[in-house]
Design a protein around this ligand. Structure first.
Ligand SMILES: Cc1cc2nc3c(=O)[nH]c(=O)nc-3n(C[C@H](O)[C@H](O)[C@H](O)COP(=O)(O)OP(=O)(O)OC[C@H]3O[C@@H](n4cnc5c(N)ncnc54)[C@H](O)[C@@H]3O)c2cc1C
Length: 385
């Protein structure tokens, strides 16, 4: 649902200007320094990028799902690190609070997440709890008077090295292996017993820090229980991941749009046998396949976003979006490397193309692997969904 076409157009225009004037010219610097320069993060804060999904009453823009998807498709046309910097605040680092937090938790955290004053993250994955989040969950929280004491290790947590607020899934009832044995906690940086590890050395997405998070006898007050009641942790995490899956699908689409632009530019300018390579029909086929798949992903995502905005159940649809868009981005990146020839493989010649090729690989792995989404879709179909 688009509430106000003019306001949305102004927002998308500001994103495009930021991308063209600031983000794209600094992509190589971000990669080299493995960080987004502080002044650029400040610019993103002043443009309101951290508050897109946060309700207006808590200082955000309160974008609908469709509006958020459209904004995501723009911001993700520059290096992935930019949107990842703000992306936990407009996604997994705030969504559980928006959907399941108490009023006091919303008032305490959402306004500062919206301005980007603090950075949020979601810490659910563990060394032994990946796709089987629930079965493998080993982080425990034990009641102790007015507090809970957390022990455990989280792995691969986006923005953990710079986060101020951790949304953490833990088991509060060791005898209960189901979702009702789990609770989500909001843990602030600086709480004794909470620490983060060194950054994982990733194959791409430079400038987007990811690390482990350690809880060692970490005492949090009962007011840190998300929503104020125990036994609801897994449900809250899954609700926020459901929203995140459509977010991520739109964030897979931007890189594919940018890659196709790069592919077209190269196809027009690179000459072989006296012809621009874009005149060769086999190259044309690759360009056409990219365009068709990007358009199909965009259509599926926006249709699902509208359904979600109408309040319909989109559990299977968001899996379709995430699965299709992430695989699509991989195929587009692969074709554009092919169109670039050797330049697509050489970082010093191919510009953003080799970098995007590495960056988009992650999309098929996190927020549910492709296999997990295939299973979700098939199970929903078999149930008659
Ligand atoms: C850079 C990065 C950032 C991340 N950010 C976050 C974050 O912010 N917060 C967070 O909590 N997590 C985060 N993750 C974790 C991510 O969500 C997990 O890596 C992902 O869920 C997969 O879990 P796993 O790595 O343990 O793989 P596994 O679950 O071990 O899967 C390995 C392989 O087995 C397949 N597989 C597993 N189970 C099944 C099954 N039942 N049927 C068929 N195939 C199966 C998988 O599809 C995959 O191919 C991040 C990961 C990375 C790499």
């Amino acid at each position: 649902m688009i509430r106000d076409e003019k306001r949305l157009a102004a927002l998308l225009d500001s994103v495009r200007r930021f991308m063209n004037e600031v983000a794209i010219p600094n992509e190589e610097r971000v990669e080299r320094e493995n960080a987004i320069p502080a002044e650029i993060v400040d610019r993103m804060r002043s443009l309101g990028f951290f508050g897109w999904s946060i309700p207006e009453e808590y200082g955000g823009a309160g974008l609908t799902t469709e509006e958020l998807c459209l904004a995501n498709m723009e911001i993700s046309q520059c290096a992935v690190a930019y949107r990842a910097r703000a992306g936990t605040n407009t996604g997994i680092g705030s969504e559980a609070i928006i959907q399941d937090g108490t009023e006091a938790q919303k008032r305490r955290y959402l306004p500062r997440l919206a301005t980007g004053e603090i950075t949020g993250c979601l810490a659910v994955t563990e060394p032994e709890a990946g796709s089987d989040l629930l079965g493998g969950l080993a982080t425990v929280a034990v009641e102790d008077g007015d507090h809970y004491v957390l022990n455990g290790t989280k792995r691969y947590i986006t923005n953990a090295p710079i986060a101020d607020l951790f949304t953490v899934l833990a088991r509060t009832d060791p005898s209960n292996r189901g979702g009702s044995g789990t609770t989500t906690f909001l843990v602030e940086r600086g709480t004794p017993g909470l620490s983060t590890g060194p950054e994982h050395k990733k194959m791409g997405q430079e400038g987007s820090p990811v690390s482990e998070v350690y809880f060692r006898d970490c005492r949090v007050p009962k007011s840190a229980v998300l929503g104020g009641s125990t036994g609801k942790g897994f449900g809250a995490v899954m609700r926020s991941l459901n929203k995140q899956r459509i977010n991520l699908a739109s964030l897979c689409t931007g890189p594919a749009i940018r890659l196709l632009d790069e592919g077209l530019r190269h196809a027009r300018t690179r000459k072989q046998s006296g012809h621009a390579i874009g005149e060769f029909q086999l190259v044309q086929a690759m360009l056409a396949d990219c365009k068709v798949e990007i358009s199909a992903a965009r259509a599926l995502i926006l249709e699902t976003a509208r359904k979600r905005d109408r309040g319909e159940d989109v559990t299977m649809d968001v899996s379709m979006c995430k699965y299709y868009a992430s695989e699509m981005a991989g195929r587009v990146a692969d074709r554009v490397v092919q169109i670039f020839g050797g330049a697509g493989y050489c970082e010093d010649i191919g510009g953003s193309v080799p970098r995007f090729y590495r960056d988009v690989r992650l999309f098929r792995l996190y927020e549910g692997t492709s296999q997990i989404h295939q299973l979700n879709i098939a199970k929903a179909l078999l149930r008659g969904g």
